[in-house]
Ligand binder design. Structure first.
Ligand SMILES: C[S@@+](CC[C@H](N)C(=O)[O-])C[C@H]1O[C@@H](n2cnc3c(N)ncnc32)[C@H](O)[C@@H]1O
Length: 207
C-alpha cells in the first residue's frame, strides 16, 4: 500500500473559492488537485493501491479539515485539474460546520481535523518518509513497494509541522537535486515504487 499525506496550508477550509481562481483565491488548490491527479491517475485507470490524506490547515480546529482519498473505492476522478478541484471543493463545502465525517463522493471522505495531531500520527508510522529537499537520496533506499510519505504544498511546512516531522523519526528523503512541484514529487515516487514492484530477482546461474 502507498500512503501519502499532503499538507495544504492556504486552501480556504470552507471551500469558498471559485474554480476560476484556484491558484489565487483557491490558495493553490490547483497544485493540490494536481497532486490528487498524479497520486491516483494512470492511463485509463486509477491506482487502487494508493491512499492520500490532504490536511487543510489554513484555519485552526475546529475549522480545519481533512480529506481522505481511498484508491480502492475511488470513482468520479478524471485526469483534469478543474474537475478534480471541483470534487475537493464539493467535499469541503459538504463538511462545512458538520462535526462528523461525510463520504462526499465514492472514495473521498471529509471531516474535521486536528492537523498537527493527524500529522504526528501519520508520521510516526514505522519507516515513514518526509519528502523534502535536502533529504537523503531516494536511490539510497532499498526497493520497497509499501510506503507512507509526507509532503507539503507550495508552502513549506510550518515550524510546528517541522518540529513534529523531526521528532517523529520520519526519514528525510529527496527525490532528486532540484526543488520540484509537489505533484512532480508524487509522480517520481509513484514511478520509483512501480519500478520496485516489478523488479524480479535475476537468475545469474551460469548455463
Ligand atoms: C514547491 S516545493 C516547496 C517550496 C519550496 N521549498 C520553495 O522554495 O518555494 C513543494 C514540496 O515538494 C516537496 N519537494 C520538492 N522538491 C523535492 C525534492 N527534490 N525531493 C523531495 N521532496 C521535494 C517538499 O515536500 C516540498 O515542501
Amino acid at each position: 500500500m502507498r500512503r501519502f499525506l499532503l499538507l495544504a496550508h492556504r486552501v480556504p477550509v470552507d471551500g469558498a473559492f471559485t474554480l476560476n481562481d484556484l491558484a489565487g483565491g483557491g490558495g493553490r488548490m490547483d497544485e493540490i488537485a494536481r497532486c490528487v491527479s498524479t497520486a491516483f491517475t494512470i492511463s485509463n485507470d486509477l491506482r487502487r493501491d494508493t491512499e492520500l490524506t490532504v490536511l487543510f490547515g489554513s484555519e485552526p480546529p475546529p475549522r480545519s479539515r481533512r480529506i481522505d482519498i481511498y484508491g480502492a473505492r475511488l470513482r468520479l476522478l478524471n485526469p483534469d485539474e478543474r474537475s478534480t478541484a471541483a470534487l475537493l471543493k464539493n467535499a469541503l463545502i459538504r463538511s462545512h460546520n458538520v462535526p462528523g465525517i461525510v463520504e462526499s463522493s465514492p472514495g473521498m471522505v471529509v471531516g474535521p481535523s486536528q492537523p498537527l495531531e493527524d500529522l504526528a500520527r501519520f508520521a510516526s508510522q514505522p519507516g515513514c518518509w518526509w519528502l523534502v529537499e535536502g533529504g537523503a537520496p531516494l536511490a539510497s533506499l532499498a526497493p520497497t513497494s509499501d510506503v507512507a510519505a509526507v509532503l507539503s504544498d507550495p508552502t513549506d511546512p510550518t515550524p510546528p509541522e517541522r518540529e513534529i516531522l523531526e521528532r517523529s523519526g520520519a526519514v528525510s528523503i529527496r527525490v532528486g537535486p532540484r526543488s520540484l512541484r509537489s505533484s512532480q514529487v508524487l509522480d517520481v515516487v509513484q514511478n520509483v515504487l512501480d519500478g520496485a514492484s516489478e523488479a524480479v530477482p535475476v537468475d545469474r546461474t551460469p548455463r
